[in-house]
Design a binder for this molecule. Structure first.
Ligand SMILES: [Fe+2]
Length: 297
């Protein structure tokens, strides 16, 4: 496998390019969706957690939003198909301290998703954190024109047809009044080895109050489970055993800088959980997994 095209076969591509909208099959919301006796500030459970999609390994409950950190963090889990393989994908949603929403790596804003989002709060920030997760950015900006649409550094030039408001700044919290709630790390030391141009060009985020790291393609976490479809198992093997070594050896352009970025991300015990776009949510011990994945000695 010597061509970029072959390499990309092991890389989760743009959500929109891979996504398959679940058929709208509204059913009764699972009662276990949220804890019993929720505080009054929590959103209506039916709108947020209603089952609206087919059950897949990537969205086992078929829910619109999956609660991850009580009242603060949710994931929109959706099947993303590539050559009939469900490689899975997750959008992250954070309720900021002022009650507004921060949306990471947006998925298709279909009717169930929009209803759930609107039940949670006003959308304040929408983030496309790398060059590959941009498909739904314009759709979200059109639906929420008052929200700030953020792209990774270079995004305005890469996709000038999209109405980006801001580009992310490395090391800073970004996000205006919610600046203190986040820390950003820009992995600006990787490139397509055949073109020399940045490939993912990803910025990852730590949401400090929840101690969750949000990452799209720098890290993935396909689970070890017999329920994983055969094609997805093959994808997992390719990602873990073929693409990851290739990324480290051929795509990282400056190993010293890459290590510095990684160590800055890991420093300070800033996060414990990890929400990767592709794979399973890591509820705890995430820093150790990130360290191993990024080659920390
Ligand atoms: Fe991806």
């Amino acid at each position: 496998m010597t061509t970029l095209a072959r390499t990309r076969a092991f890389v989760p591509s743009r959500p929109g390019a891979l996504s398959r909208r679940g058929r709208a099959q509204r059913k009764t919301a699972p009662l276990s969706c949220l804890p019993r006796n929720p505080p009054s500030h929590r959103p209506p459970r039916l709108a947020v957690c209603a089952r609206a999609y087919d059950k897949t390994w990537s969205n086992p409950a078929g829910q619109v939003l999956t609660p991850l950190v009580d009242g603060v963090v949710w994931a929109a889990e959706r099947p993303f198909t590539w050559n009939s393989i469900d490689v899975g994908g997750k959008m992250g949603v954070v309720k900021l301290e002022d009650g507004a929403l921060w949306v990471h790596s947006p998925v298709d804003l279909d009717a169930p998703t929009k209803k759930a989002i609107d039940a949670l709060g006003p959308v304040r920030h929408v983030v496309s954190p790398n060059y590959e997760h941009v498909k739904w950015a314009a759709q979200w900006k059109a639906a929420y024109p008052d929200a700030t649409l953020w792209g990774c550094p270079g995004m305005k030039r890469k996709y000038p047809e999209i109405s980006w408001d801001e580009e992310l700044v490395d090391g800073e919290g970004n996000f205006g009044g919610a600046r203190a709630e986040f820390a950003a790390t820009w992995f600006d030391c990787e490139a397509n080895p055949f073109t020399g141009k940045p490939f993912f060009n990803e910025t990852v985020f730590v949401h400090k109050p929840s101690r969750v790291l949000f990452v799209t393609d720098v890290f993935w976490n396909y689970p070890e489970t017999p329920k994983l479809p055969l094609g997805t198992k093959a994808w997992k093997f390719g990602m873990d055993r073929v693409y990851l070594p290739f990324y480290r050896k051929a795509m990282v352009t400056d190993a010293t800088r890459f290590a510095a970025k990684r160590d800055a991300l890991l420093g300070g015990d800033a996060f414990d959980a990890v929400l990767p776009c592709h794979g399973a949510f890591v509820a705890s011990g995430g820093a150790k997994l990130i360290a191993e994945h990024l080659g920390s000695s």
